[in-house]
Design a protein around this ligand. Structure first.
Ligand code: DON
Length: 559
């Protein structure tokens, strides 16, 4: 008997649906390990290292060096960053390789005789750079917590620089967009001055040689010898002040992580000189006192609570936060549950307290100029690493003959009390410039545990918006039980106290909600997408899901 046609059709549909569902459930979900970064080629390097037996630190360091080649907007040798790591045995630590102010720097170095900020001095050109920390920090991490040789880990980046790689549309656009900036510096023009298009082969011979120096000599291949000489010579091409002594003296610092809890989850994150971890814990401590789920994700009361929390936290950031080695930043108080309660005791639902007192800054600027990578290996080691040149392509200065860009991280200091930096963030004495001091950061590499087991590895670029992007992704996962992908891709908003603006991604709120928020008293600004979160989530079935923010062109890979 022939089966009725309708039944065959139903059966076929059934089979199709289930194969689709199975395939889909496996998207971004892996049994062993995940690397999530802002560039697929860099994530591939991390995966190769893991597959050849390396651990999460080996992979993170290899990926970071690869990003210095394939993602020069933010990946770097000439910048700095932070690593938060947790080992399979539960050991937790952080490595601070933030840039430092040169020995010849001084508090008012970016001001004219009348005490006014000289435009662009802290953002473009040789004088904008702090002492690069990335090479020292990455090698420190590799030597202490990795398993593979420096030569092996660097070989991937060397190959990408020497043989070249096909650039993607994002990089082509980004370089072309900044051509006039590069044209100010002969060395930068030589490398980035031509017009690029998608799939152009990009070889970087000078950079490959610098990487080889590092590969064979370790940190001395960068902070001493030919590369150091080239950095100092580059200073003389402009008004730079980095000296051989600065380079020789630079040291990464291994620091205790700072910790918090949120609804029974444990948070491990970066302390000073980043404000990121402190602000994240402080924000979560405030929010823990509210049932966000019943307020409703994205509802007006939800935005009201979060925005008021953000305002209080960012105002404290501007006053109290800086390099703890130079200024007594009251971290313990800022991350205590009692302080969060006290600070939010004047909050009334449906009301806003306007931010006032300091001149509002320009909060418009943000582009993918920092980069985050998250790695989780099959043994349970987790690495959360954020690194930056500060602005896109940093100071725009390539070290002549060495092929890498220098940061413009000096702008992260408060160059004058109350004057906003490029992210519109203001600061004070706590974050004033001093020789050897680290400028305050917002980078927020974080690891979250549930019942003392790995749960989330997360972080992001985004200037002052890093903290609120990480915050909302975490809340989406913990409070709203969203997948890593949905949590990271969901629209976000931001408030940083000054300027007194509630900044909503254009898809965040309906017209009606915007009207209601205005009625409460918020000044609203609709902004384009911000931050590019890289997250890895451990699923209850033991698999790992990785996701690279839809806002960027990165990729989470796994196996
Ligand atoms: O350390 C900081 O907070 C900034 N220099 C980070 C810059 C950044 O995230 C730019 N990316 N969009």
């Amino acid at each position: 008997m022939r089966p009725p046609w309708r039944m065959v059709k139903k059966l076929l549909l059934f089979v199709l649906f289930f194969s689709y569902a199975i395939a889909n459930s496996q998207i971004n979900s892996y049994q062993n390990a995940v690397v999530s970064s802002a560039n697929e080629l860099a994530s591939e390097v991390g995966i190769k290292i893991l597959k050849s037996g390396g651990n999460a630190i080996d992979a993170a360091v290899g990926t970071a060096f690869a990003l210095a080649v394939v993602y020069p907007q933010a990946g770097n040798l000439g910048g700095g960053g932070f690593i938060v790591l947790r080992s399979e045995k539960g050991f937790e630590t952080s490595i601070d390789f933030r840039e430092t102010a040169p020995l010849l720097s001084s508090k008012n170095m970016y001001l004219d005789n009348n005490g006014n900020v000289i435009p662009e001095l802290s953002t473009t050109g040789q004088l904008a750079s702090g002492i690069p920390g990335s090479v020292a920090g990455l090698l420190y991490a590799l030597e202490k917590y990795g398993t593979k040789s420096r030569e092996e880990i660097l070989s991937y980046a060397i190959e990408l620089a020497e043989k070249g790689f096909l650039i993607n549309q994002e990089l082509a656009n980004s370089i072309n967009h900044h051509r006039s900036d590069f044209n100010q510096f002969t060395s930068s023009f030589q490398i980035f001055g031509r017009k690029f298009k998608n799939a152009d082969l990009f070889k970087q011979t000078d950079l490959a040689n610098t990487l080889k120096e590092i590969s064979s000599k370790g940190r001395d291949g960068f902070y001493k010898g030919v590369v150091a000489d080239k950095i100092v010579a580059e200073m003389k091409n402009g008004n730079g002040i980095i000296s051989l002594r600065d380079l020789e003296k630079y040291q990464p610092v291994e620091r205790k992580v700072i910790k918090g809890t949120y609804r029974g989850y444990d948070l491990i994150t970066m302390g000073p000189p980043s404000s990121g971890g402190t602000c994240l814990i402080y924000l979560l401590n405030i929010l823990e006192n509210f049932d966000l789920k019943s307020l409703g994700k994205g509802s007006v009361p939800f935005v009201n609570v979060l925005a008021e929390a953000m305002k209080r936290v960012y105002s404290d950031r501007s006053e109290f936060m800086g390099d703890k080695d130079f200024y007594n930043m009251p971290v313990d108080k800022l991350i205590s549950k009692s302080y969060a309660k006290e600070r939010f005791s004047n909050f009334t639902l449906g009301e806003t307290i306007p931010s006032d007192g300091i001149k509002p800054g320009n909060a418009d600027k943000e582009s993918p100029q920092t980069t985050h990578l998250s790695v989780a290996d099959s043994k349970g080691n987790m690495v959360s690493l954020t690194t930056t040149l500060n602005d896109v392509f940093g100071s725009k200065v390539v070290v002549d003959g060495a092929g890498f860009l220098l940061n413009n991280e000096m702008d992260d200091f408060s160059v004058k009390p109350g004057v906003p930096n490029i992210y519109g963030l203001v600061g004070n004495e706590a974050n004033a410039i001093a020789p050897g001091k680290r400028m305050l950061s917002s980078m927020t590499p974080a690891i979250i545990l549930k019942d003392n087991k790995p749960f989330l590895v997360i972080g992001s670029p985004g200037g002052g918006k890093i903290i609120t992007a990480v915050l909302q992704s975490v809340i989406n996962i913990i409070d709203f039980e969203m997948s890593a992908e949905d949590a990271v891709d969901a629209p976000r908003f931001h408030h940083q106290w000054l300027p007194d603006l509630l900044q909503l991604e254009n898809s965040y709120a309906s017209n009606m909600q915007i009207r209601e928020l205005k009625e409460i008293g918020y000044s609203i600004k609709i902004i384009s997408d911000f931050a590019r979160v890289e997250a890895i989530k451990y699923n209850p079935d033991g698999t790992l899901s990785g996701h690279s923010d839809r806002r960027g062109s990165g990729k989470a890979l796994g196996f």
